[in-house]
Each structure stands twice: as C-alpha cells, then as structure tokens.
Design a protein around this ligand. Structure first.
Ligand code: NAD
Ligand code: DAU
Length: 330
C-alpha cells in the first residue's frame, strides 16, 4: 500500500511506520509538523518521505498526498493532558481543525480509506467494568474534548459524503520513542538520574497499559479489515495503578522508593480507564505483550538509548519540566 501517515514522527506514529515498512513493505509518506514531540530521528533508516508541515495546512496536505495514496492514517495531534490544561488552543487547532482539513482533502482526492487514531479518554472515566464502542462520549479534559471533536467530524464525513472512515481508540501506550513528558518515560529517566518521581494525588488512578507495537498491529487490523463508519477499541491486556507502575520502574532501575514524591493532583484527573476490545479481537487482533514484560523492555530501551533522549532532556523539555513541576518538587 501507499500510505500517508500524519504525525508519523511522534511516538506511536513512528512505531507504526516501522511496522508498515518492515512487516508490510508499504511505501510511506509522513506529514508531520515536527513539534516538540515530533522527532525525525524516530524515522531514521526507514526510507520514508517526510513532508514537514501542519495538517491544518491544506497546501501541505496536498503536497503530501502527491499523485495519490491508498489510505490516510492520522496520528497527528497535541497529546499531553497536562499541556492541554495549561494551554488548550493548540489542541483545538490541531485535533479538531487539523482533522477537518485532512478529511476535506481525503474527500476531494477520493482517498479510499481514512483511519483516525483516537483515545479511550473520549469516554471519560469509569469506576467499574469497561467501555465499549457504544459507551457515551464524555470527555473530561481539553485534550480529550478536542479528540472527541475530531472523532465526531470523522463520523460526519462518512454519513454526509460517504468517505470510508474508521476510528481506532487506543488505551495508554508505552514503549520505545515516547517523549518523556508522559508517566512511564518521565519516571524512567528521573529514576536513572536519581531525581524525584512526581506522583499525582494518591497514586491510585488506574490506566489500561498497551505496548505500542500491539497498538500498531491493532491499527493495521482496523486499516485492513475495519468496516466503514465503525469505531474499534484497542485496549491493553493489563490495568495498573500509577503507584504500581512507578514501583515497577524503581525495581527495574534498581532505585529506592524514597525517590517517590506525592504532588498536587492533576485538575479533573480521570480516575480509571478500561477498554473492552471484543470488536477488534473479532477482526483477528489480540495484544501480545503483557505489562510486566513490556515495562521491563521499555526500561531497558531507555537505558540503552541515551543518544535519543539526551538532546530532548536538555532542550524545550527542561523548560516545560521546570514550569510544570518546579514548584511541586522544590
Ligand atoms: P506524540 O505527541 O508522541 O506525537 C504526535 C505527533 O504529531 C508528533 O510527531 C507531532 O510533531 C505531530 N503533530 C502535532 N501537531 C501537528 C500538526 N498540527 N500537524 C502535523 N503534525 C502534528 O503522540 P502519540 O502519543 O504518538 O499519539 C499519537 C496519536 O495517538 C494521537 O492522535 C493521540 O491522541 C493518540 N493516542 C495516544 C495514546 C497514548 O497513550 N500516547 C493512546 C491512544 C491514542
Ligand atoms: O488513555 C490514552 C491517553 O493516555 C492518550 O490519549 C494520551 O495522549 C496520553 O497522554 C495518555 O494520557 P494520560 O493522561 O493517561 O497519560 P499520562 O502519561 O500523562 O499520565 C498517566 C497517569 O499518570 C495519569 O493518571 C496521571 C499520572 N501522572 C502523570 C505524570 C506525567 C503522574 O502521577 N505524574 C506525572 O508526572
């Protein structure tokens, strides 16, 4: 296939591109704005074409589509909940308006398939049981609200224009190449540096962890076999409280639990996510990597890939970190 992968220089997008090139032999064009989270080095050696531009820019989108593509897979987004709380504008701009510009281009160019990468966060928080694709959309942060907005536009393009759209909603991903603002890589790098590990609130919020390669395989099933107009949840095999995750990281890095520091909670912090993935399993997908194994592999990857994260930790990240955690961590 010839694929246009938007946001393909980020964490999940670049892992997906690696799978499509290596396992499927696809030709891939990546359109990416290369924000702080987009790293061209994530795509090194894969032989893909990288178009530097925003998905809201119709001319750049047209350039990336070129003579035509078989499908568009849209990962491009502002993705960090904490950043959406301190500055929501970019979230609406990329996640809502950007999705609209892409859909419009897909319609005009009669692209055969459009896959929107979405999140379990659009369903809000769930105390017991798991979300299904029929669960109500009740997002609670500016991030998840903007992702829900993007999803609704995607569905409107099927109903109104007959564009073949599908949506894949993933649970919390972890693995190689994740920008260290998110829980797992942040805690791994802090532990390796003997820095404090800032746990929000009581540390008992629950997340449903999905190894990034399992999400990539799930997305490929949805791309290849998903029915037009349908939503597919792609959830991880294991749930864990944040404090269990942090203690697991301390074990794998050989560091002491005295590094843990409980800090002020995230405003509107969703208590628990849990995704039922029966529909994706009916397409032939299942998660291969249990959390314990994936966490150990992830810690090892960060330990072995200092050249990837050292430039990140000394750049924009340092400013963000001080702004966000400075006061809490003294
Ligand atoms: P990421 O922040 O690592 O990467 C986002 C990528 O999008 C970056 O390469 C960035 O440069 C690019 N981008 C941002 N704004 C853009 C714009 N306006 N135009 C073009 N490119 C732009 O994010 P991620 O964790 O890899 O998430 C990818 C997708 O998966 C997102 O849509 C996210 O909502 C969704 N998702 C993430 C998770 C998770 O746990 N990380 C779980 C479920 C779904
Ligand atoms: O559920 C899917 C979503 O998972 C994706 O859609 C988002 O793009 C992705 O960022 C992620 O959102 P979360 O808010 O769940 O992930 P984050 O890594 O920011 O936080 C995970 C949990 O850890 C959450 O309960 C907040 C907590 N946390 C996070 C950070 C960064 C801490 O306790 N301390 C921290 O410093």
């Amino acid at each position: 296939m010839k694929l246009l992968v938007c946001g393909g220089a980020g964490f999940i997008g670049s892992n997906f591109v690696r799978q499509r090139v290596n396992d499927h032999g696809d030709e891939v064009v990546v359109l990416d704005a290369l924000t702080y989270a987009g790293r061209p080095e994530n795509l090194e050696g894969l032989g893909v074409t990288l178009v530097h531009g925003e998905i809201q820019n119709a001319e750049k989108v047209a350039e990336a589509i070129g003579d035509g593509v078989d499908a568009i897979v849209n990962f491009a987004a502002e993705t960090h909940v904490d950043r959406s709380i301190s500055g929501p504008d970019a979230f609406v701009e990329t996640n809502v308006r950007g999705s609209l510009v892409l859909l419009e281009a897909a319609r005009e160019r009669e692209v055969k398939r459009y896959v929107q990468i979405s999140t379990d966060e659009v369903y809000g928080s769930i105390e017991e049981g798991s979300f299904t694709e029929e669960s109500p959309i009740v997002p609670s942060s500016p991030y998840s609200a903007s992702k829900a907005g993007g999803d609704l536009l995607v569905q409107s393009y099927l109903h109104t224009y007959g564009l073949e759209t599908v949506i894949a909603r993933g649970s919390n991903n972890y693995g190689p190449y994740q920008y260290p603002e998110k829980l797992i890589p942040l805690m791994v790098l802090n532990a390796l540096h003997d820095d404090k590990l800032p746990v929000y609130g009581d540390g008992l919020n629950v997340r449903n962890w999905l190894y990034v390669e399992d999400f990539g395989r799930g997305i490929s099933h949805v791309l290849g076999h998903g029915a037009p107009g349908e939503v597919y949840n792609v959830g991880g095999p294991d749930e864990s409280t944040n404090i269990e995750v942090v203690k697991g990281i301390l074990k794998h890095t050989g560091k002491d639990e005295s590094l843990i520091e409980y800090v002020t909670d995230r405003p509107g912090h969703d208590r628990r996510y849990s995704l039922g993935s029966e529909k994706a399993r009916a397409l032939g997908w299942s998660a291969q990597v249990r959390f314990e194994e994936g966490l150990e592999k992830t810690v090892a990857w960060y330990r072995d890939n200092t050249a990837w994260w050292e430039p990140i930790r000394s750049g924009e990240y340092r400013e963000y970190y001080e702004r966000h955690y400075g006061r809490a961590l003294g």
